[in-house]
Structures are given as structure tokens and as C-alpha cells.
Design a protein around this ligand. Structure first.
Ligand SMILES: Cc1ncc(COP(=O)(O)O)c(C=O)c1O
Length: 312
């Protein structure tokens, strides 16, 4: 079953190797190491439509680009295009499609053409933008389970690198959770403490404070997680980063999952035990509301986090 909405009909152009082309014309060689050995790093961004300003705002573009630079560096890619070039690719692709709704952007950088497992070039890239409304579970939340799979280890396949190859681990956990009828999975790391989910980070509340596993817990350094740590206090919500033990999930007063795709999505239970009374918590709701104001350009204090697409 395919759970990603097929929006190909709405996509006029994508960018490949820094040129706009029709989606159907974007191709990759079947011998490209990006495909054969997963030598591919990527970023996922969201752009939010603001009706009053009649503009689309890319959220935290610079932070995503910093992480991309780090991922490309660790893959040891040969002279990849500059961040400025990639930024222009994203802006050009959004404009070419004239999207006037919430949009998800995926930028991929990979070893192209023909090569061995150790090939570091030639480097190819692509940008695809597609309409992507907010997940429906944003209001209701979902129940999660602790996966029997461990998060890939820092010294094996570092989760800090946003590499497609890391998503085998995510896939195993996600498929297991789905078979169990759960809404999502939480992975423990090799030390047995809590890391994150297949495609998002975690916050749980204890004694009124939201706790999120620290950046050495086997997580992707999530832009959304960092954003929440930065703005939560202004919404009257206290946060802390530290190691999280498994049983703390079962003691949580509130919990949520976060990431570019899910934004801030309430978690209503772990392993069949309810979080609080099983409904999204009040502090989670407060963070969701404040987040929405920020991403849509309705809180001037955070305008620096937004890149306008049409009125630049
Ligand atoms: C494994 C994983 N963790 C966390 C996140 C959240 O990261 P971000 O907030 O930067 O989207 C993602 C989403 O991209 C992810 O795939």
C-alpha cells in the first residue's frame, strides 16, 4: 500500500542538476551509486502559504541547508553545487509550479552515473516540490509502540547524517508498527535509551516539563525539534534535552512527535498505555498554536526563520 498521496498531476516542473525539467523527464542511471549503494543525502523542507500576505514561506531554509552541508561532507561528495545554487533551485522550482498552498520540498544529492560503492562523483541533484497539507492526526494524535528494532548506531550508520540508506532502519520499525496496528514507532538506541521515531523526534512531558532525547541519543538533528526548544519558552512551555529511559514514556503526562512532515503531532499512548487521559495535552496544543503562527508568518519575532518565495 502506498500512503504518500500521488500528486504528480499537480507537478509541472522539477529541478534536476540545477535545470528545470518536466517531472517525467527527470531520470537517474540504474548504475548510479546513489541508487545501487544508497549514496544519497537529502533534505525535506516545508513551505507554508499565507493567504493575507499572498506568499509562500519556506521554513528555516538556512538550518536545513546547514544540515545538508554536513551530510554532503560526511558522504565525501566531489564538489557538490553550492548552497546558493540549491537555494535558487528550490525557489525556481516553487515559482515554476506556482504553488499557492502548503508545499513539501525534497532536495536530493547523490552519486550519479556509474560507479563503485566508494565513488564520490559525479554528483547529481534534484528538487521536487509537491502540495502537502497538514497531517490529519495533527488534531487527534496517534498511539505509538516501542519498536523491537534498535536505532542504527552512531558507529555503524550515523542517524545524524540525513542519508537515504538510514531509512532502512526506519522502514523496519515503521512496518513493524503498522503490522501491530499502531500509529507510529519509537526506537531505542543501542544503549537501550529512547532515540526517536522513523521520521521524527520525540518530546514527552514529566512534571510539567517537556523532555527530548539529546543529540547523542541516536537522533537526526531535527530542525523542528531545535525550533521547539528555541520558541517553547515564549509560549510559556518549559523544555529540556536529556537522556530518556523507556519507562519514562509510560509515565508521560503529554507527548508529541515532531518533524517537517508531522510538524507537532500529539502522541496519545505508548504500547497501549495512555499518555495522560489519552487526549492531546494542553501544553502540546499551546505549542501547536504558537508553531502555526510562526510558520505562517504571523509572529514577527520569528520572521528571520522564513524565506518568502514570491515577494522576495
Ligand atoms: C529520522 C528522522 N528524525 C527526525 C526528523 C525530523 O527532522 P526535521 O525536523 O528536520 O524535519 C526526520 C524528518 O526529516 C527524520 O527523518
Amino acid at each position: 500500500m502506498n500512503t504518500t498521496v500521488d500528486s504528480r498531476a499537480q507537478i509541472k516542473f522539477v529541478s534536476q542538476n540545477n535545470q528545470l525539467v518536466p517531472y517525467a523527464d527527470a531520470k537517474i542511471s540504474i548504475m548510479a551509486p546513489g541508487l545501487t549503494f544508497g549514496a544519497l543525502v537529502f533534505e525535506g523542507y516545508r513551505a507554508y502559504w499565507n493567504e493575507e500576505k499572498q506568499d509562500l514561506f519556506i521554513f528555516r531554509l538556512e538550518e536545513h541547508m546547514r544540515r545538508l552541508e554536513f551530510s554532503m561532507d560526511l558522504l565525501e561528495l566531489d564538489n557538490p553545487p553550492s548552497i546558493e545554487t540549491f537555494t535558487n533551485d528550490i525557489l525556481a522550482t516553487l515559482k515554476a509550479n506556482a504553488f499557492r498552498e502548503d508545499t513539501y520540498i525534497r532536495l536530493q544529492v547523490y552519486v550519479d552515473d556509474w560507479g563503485s560503492m566508494l565513488a564520490t562523483g559525479p554528483v547529481g541533484s534534484s528538487v521536487i516540490c509537491r502540495p502537502r497539507p497538514r497531517v490529519t492526526d495533527f488534531s487527534t494524535g496517534k498511539q505509538f509502540v516501542v519498536s523491537s528494532w534498535r536505532r542504527n548506531a552512531e558507529n555503524a550508520s550515523p542517524p545524524r547524517i540525513k542519508a537515504a540508506a538510514n531509512y532502512l532502519n526506519s522502514r523496519m520499525a515503521g512496518l513493524e508498527a503498522k503490522r501491530q496496528g499502531a500509529g507510529g514507532a519509537i526506537l531505542l538506541n543501542e544503549d537501550g535509551t529512547v532515540s526517536e521515531g522513523p521520521g521524527g523526534c520525540l518530546f514527552i512531558m514529566r512534571d510539567g516539563v517537556f523532555i527530548t532525547p539529546d543529540v547523542t541519543s541516536g537522533i537526526l538533528e531535527s530542525v523542528t525539534r531545535r525550533t521547539i526548544l528555541e520558541f517553547a519558552a515564549s509560549a510559556g512551555v518549559e523544555t529540556v534535552e536529556r537522556t530518556v529511559g523507556r519507562t519514562e514514556l509510560y509515565l508521560a503526562e503529554e507527548a508529541f512527535y515532531c518533524g517537517t512532515g508531522q510538524e507537532i503531532m500529539p502522541i496519545t499512548g505508548f504500547d497501549g498505555r495512555l499518555v495522560g487521559d489519552g487526549a492531546p495535552g494542553p501544553a502540546t496544543r499551546k505549542l501547536q498554536a504558537a508553531f502555526d503562527e510562526i510558520v505562517r508568518g504571523r509572529n514577527a519575532s520569528y520572521d528571520d526563520w522564513l524565506t518568502p518565495v514570491y515577494n522576495d
